[in-house]
Design a binder for this molecule. Structure first.
Ligand code: NDP
Ligand code: 2IT
Length: 461
């Protein structure tokens, strides 16, 4: 690490010592930006980076709610509004017991660069709660969402801050959140994205993150004259992003052999087909079951339980996760942060994997990223390859503003164009800065430059 990057990181750590995920996200970006700051002294003079690592605003609030047995629970809600330099704050909400300021800040920080890469006018934000939707009834989830929005509505708005889904927040939760916002604000507007298509949602938004991730992988492969057809793909997760990444792989003739959740993973050597994928979608989205049940339905598949030490999402996890020992050509991590550590990355490369496109946010530890970059395989960081979700949220905002809806084909065409554009920008920027093929540098530098220039234009605010 350069002296500048080391000193900068030390300051960030000293200010918030208990935020390892946030430090990790900042470190990756700062290391990429050293040559940019050397080339652009005006960014250093204006303290652009120092300003960007400090969120514009953070709100944290109490979320009390009552369960079906009449017992009262108190969760913590938060929204981190990171940057409004290029548009209204924009980013998802995560409901998961692990949620804390470190995780929401890393996500909001990354979102700023990701949203910039889409080419659409969106600032960066993230929010969520340590509420665990697992095992809760629909009515409990509704009560929680109403209580959460009873505070959040003061801080959001179609031109101020537009939340969406993330882990634990899908169509059901967005519906309950929107209903409560509408009641409190007495406005029907595009305050959330990922809405139902009958009430302002965009077609293709549910598919967009997974599809976009595969479109990005397609573009990387194309640079070496390769395609997805016939490739063996390991997918992690079994939620929204994993399902639609697998869906697009199947459409393009690739062979998907795994899904996972926090209890373990299934390997299906026969390959997932359209019928099996429909089973997974219903299992996870409607029945809210566990991926282990895939094996009950398809007994030729194998289920491997993974213990907490091997599946932990901590940046310091030492144990290897056996999911990444399943041989593949392409890996699509679509579950959560730090699911690939250095040992896992080494294992993937040794097993013949030549392409990793991240559907999740920061699924690879810093050590793992180093392995991928040194091995010269195709490696796309999440802020580039999973940007299709928020990009399509941006398209939903445009449709809401115009009060019209585009067809599936129209939205998918725009999504594809945006992913091709992000790929090209990352590639050319990496080359321009002397690191051809390094999509990490490309994404960080291109995402940063647009935000930095906007901040210079807008003065010291
Ligand atoms: P979902 O809630 O739909 O699915 C999450 C999946 O990841 C589930 O299978 C879940 O398993 C698994 N998972 C969560 N935590 C862990 C863990 N600690 N260990 C192992 N598995 C885990 O979320 P999404 O699919 O929406 O999000 C997945 C990733 O993609 C996240 O990193 C998110 O930030 C990112 N992302 C999402 C976008 C979107 O549009 N939804 C856009 C861009 C990025 P279990 O059921 O056991 O919890
Ligand atoms: O991480 C992400 O980009 C998301 N969860 C989607 C955010 C959005 O506003 O659509």
């Amino acid at each position: 690490m350069s002296d500048f990057a080391a000193e900068f990181l030390a300051t960030v750590k000293a200010r918030d010592p208990h935020q390892p995920e946030f430090h990790q996200a900042v470190q990756e970006v700062v290391e990429s930006l050293v040559p940019v700051l050397e080339r652009h002294p005006e960014y250093r003079e204006a303290r652009i980076l120092e300003r960007l690592v400090e969120q514009e605003r953070i709100v944290q609030f109490r979320v009390p709610w009552m369960d079906d047995a009449g017992e009262i629970h108190v969760n913590r809600g938060m929204r981190v509004q990171f940057s409004s330099a290029i548009g209204p704050y924009k980013g998802g909400l995560r409901f998961h017991p692990s949620v804390n300021q470190s995780i929401i800040k890393f996500l909001g920080f990354e979102q700023t660069f990701k949203n910039s890469l889409t080419g659409l006018p969106m600032g960066g934000a993230k929010g969520g709660s340590d509420f665990d939707p697992k095992g809760k009834s629909d009515v409990e989830v509704m009560r929680f969402c109403q209580s959460f929005m009873s505070e959040l509505h003061r801080h959001v708005g179609a031109d101020t801050d537009v939340p969406a889904g993330d882990i634990g927040v899908g169509g059901r939760e967005i519906g309950f959140l929107f209903g409560q916002y509408k009641k409190l604000a007495n406005r029907f507007d595009g305050v959330l994205t990922g809405k139902g298509v009958n009430w302002g949602g965009s077609l293709i938004r549910p598919e967009a993150t997974g599809y976009g991730c595969v479109y990005f992988a397609q573009e990387m492969l194309k640079t070496r004259g390769e395609e997805l057809r016939g490739k063996r793909v390991v997918v992690s997760g079994s939620g929204n992003v994993a399902q639609y990444a697998a869906d697009k792989c199947l459409q393009l003739g690739a062979r998907v052999v795994t899904f996972s959740d926090s209890n373990g993973f299934v390997v299906d050597e026969d390959g997932v087909d359209a019928g099996k994928l429909d089973f997974v979608k219903k299992l996870k989205n409607v029945d809210r079951g566990r991926i282990q049940q895939y094996k009950d339905k398809y007994p030729r598949a194998r289920f491997h339980a993974v213990d907490a030490a091997a599946s932990s999402d901590s940046p310091d996890r030492a144990a290897a996760n056996p999911l990444w020992q399943v041989a593949c050509d392409i890996a699509l991590p679509c579950a959560t942060q730090n699911e690939i550590n250095e040992a896992d990355a080494n294992q993937l490369v040794r097993g013949g994997c030549t392409c990793v496109a991240e559907g999740a946010n920061m699924p690879t530890t810093l050590g793992g990223v180093r392995v991928f970059l040194q091995s010269k395989i195709f490696y796309a960081p999440g802020k580039a390859s999973n940007a299709g979700g928020v990009a399509t949220s941006g398209l939903e905002m445009s449709q809401n503003s115009m009060r019209l809806s585009w067809s599936r084909e129209e939205v998918d065409r725009r999504l594809r164009e945006i992913m091709v554009h992000i790929h090209d920008v990352c590639r050319t920027t990496a080359e321009e800065y002397g690191t051809p093929g390094n999509y990490v540098n490309g994404a960080n530098i291109a995402g940063f430059s647009k935000v930095a220039d906007a901040m210079l234009d807008q003065g010291l605010v």
